[in-house]
Design a protein around this ligand. Structure first.
Ligand SMILES: *Cc1c(COP(=O)(O)O)cnc(C)c1O
Length: 497
């Protein structure tokens, strides 16, 4: 065979002259050991000191980049120099998500066992696209996800020993995208995969659903205009009668409803959609029901909180994020389907170069067919470490501690004449505002965050500007919530004066 390109063209570097020197100088295992110890020390020191940093970085845009050289170094540098720049250049531009005073967005829990599990995953350097490319990567994942079905008392149809099963995705956004695509293919008899999207497909979610759903319908070719945002009740939960009406109206106009996204714990206010009633509507019209419980799902490790999942036994798919509130470093989303064939049919590919006996006889799970990318990290390791280190009891204490603090904060707000609560507190998020106008509340948030002592974010609920305080940090204790509330009151008193 004659190549169409010149295979004999000389290489530019010294590999030609001396093939024994073709590889760069790698870090030796001995050096790795030494540097590894010192970086574990660095991280341990960071854990000890993280409370003392300004939570929200105050650097100006591009100020950090201005301190970096424009071009990469031609020759390797000593790690001492890199570490010095880490402290000098990088750290001031870091927002400290692991600070106990971080109350913004939702938490992104890190923990010792998860960090170490992740380090081991890096050390193994496995790419687990197929069972055959590293059986442990697939089997530990399947096993831990089955454990979690028991731990959260999820419907048994999500277990891998029936027609369903679980998989680790990077994020809830990816889980939702996979759910939308599987639903699309189920509704169109796998036709969309062949000929492209039918313009009449319509999807439904409440107007409080996460933006990742809008992104998913855009990526899946459904189109944003085909996503119907259903109105909500006084608790910001989807009104099922409005959902039913929207579906009927679309059917009457010749549309093809195919997907409903329900949320357990909305991002704005942790509102909980009535999944059982929504599920009944979905069954009536044979629609795919996906339940997004990114933050809230973690709470179901506590038996007394499992009511949040009422009706889940009728969902086609479900996801929650251990990387939010189960002490497992980002990224880790657990995605479950009731019928794995529907997901695999929508996403499977089998090029010649991936053919192997285990796959051919159908004896194994190949998770590349359960997600968008082909390749995948060994994420189950960190989750396995976390579950074994803390045990179910430890994970329950983590959740209950934060919920107790959120309830206490809610009571302080209710008792304060200058403040009002803006939503129920089913879990660990408290939405509130000063009784002054939106402008004062905006200024309050800005002043608090600029102080560096706390970090909160905002939302809009019923047209009003609302502060959100999400209590869920790995290191967050009562003293941090007490101090934050004192500062909020004092700052508001200054501003209102
Ligand atoms: C945080 C959140 C998401 C998005 O999470 P990612 O894992 O970052 O994609 C989706 N849905 C809800 C309800 C969330 O709170």
């Amino acid at each position: 065979m004659r190549p169409s390109y010149d295979e004999t063209r000389p290489l530019a570097d010294d590999a030609d002259a001396d093939p024994t020197r073709a590889a760069p100088e790698h870090m030796t295992p001995a050096e790795f050991r030494r540097w590894g110890h010192s970086m574990v020390d660095w991280v341990a020191r960071y854990m000890e000191n993280v409370a003392s940093y300004p939570v929200l970085s105050s650097v100006e845009p591009n100020a950090m980049r201005a301190q970096l050289p424009a071009h990469a170094p031609a020759r390797g540098e000593p790690l001492e120099a890199v570490l010095a720049d880490l402290d000098r250049v990088v750290l001031p531009a870091v927002t400290h998500w692991q600070s106990p005073n971080f109350f913004a967005y939702f938490p992104a829990n890190a923990s010792g066992p998860a960090i170490l599990g992740d380090l081991l995953s890096s050390g193994l350097g496995v790419q687990g696209m197929l069972w055959a490319t590293s059986p442990a990567c697939t089997e530990l994942e399947t096993h831990v996800l089955d454990w979690l079905v028991d731990m959260l008392a999820l419907p048994s149809r999500f277990r891998s020993d029936g027609p369903g099963g679980g998989v680790i995705q990077d994020t809830a956004s990816s889980a939702t995208l996979c759910a939308v695509i599987a639903a699309r293919e189920r509704a169109t008899g796998l036709r969309t995969n062949d000929v492209g999207v039918d313009r009449t497909l319509t999807a439904y979610a409440s107007n409080q659903a996460h933006s990742s759903l809008e992104k998913a319908v855009k990526i899946a070719g459904i189109g944003r205009r085909q996503l119907r945002l259903i109105d909500v009740d006084d608790d910001f939960a989807m009104r099922p009668e409005s959902l039913a009406a929207a579906i009927e109206s679309d059917l009457a106009q010749g549309h093809l409803p195919f997907f409903v996204g329900a949320t357990v714990g909305t991002t704005s206010s942790t509102a909980i959609d009535p999944v059982a009633v929504i599920a009944r509507i979905c069954r009536q019209h044979a629609l795919w029901l996906h339940v997004d419980a990114a933050l809230a799902g973690n709470a179901a490790v506590c038996p007394e909180l499992r009511w949040i999942h009422d009706g889940l036994e009728h969902a086609d798919s479900y996801c929650f994020n251990p990387h939010k509130w189960m002490l497992t470093n980002f990224d880790c989303d657990c995605f479950y389907v009731a019928d794995r064939a529907a997901l695999i049919n929508a996403l499977s590919i089998l090029p010649e170069y991936l053919r192997n006996p285990a796959t051919e006889v159908g004896a194994v799970i190949d998770y590349r067919d359960w997600q968008v990318p082909l390749g995948r990290r060994f994420r189950a390791l960190k989750l396995w470490f976390v579950i074994r280190y803390y045990g179910v009891e430890g994970l329950r204490r983590h959740i209950r501690g934060h919920i107790a603090l959120a309830r206490e904060l809610a009571a302080w707000i209710d008792a304060d004449a200058d403040f009002e609560r803006c939503a129920a507190v089913p879990l660990n998020l408290v939405c509130f505002r000063h009784r002054g106008d939106d402008e004062l509340n905006r200024k309050l948030l800005e002043t608090l965050n600029a102080s560096g002592s706390v970090y909160l974010t905002h939302t809009r609920l019923g047209e009003r500007y609302v502060l959100r305080m999400a209590i869920g940090g790995t290191q967050t204790r009562r003293e941090h919530v007490v101090a934050a509330w004192q500062r909020i009151r004092a700052t508001a008193a200054d501003l209102a004066r």
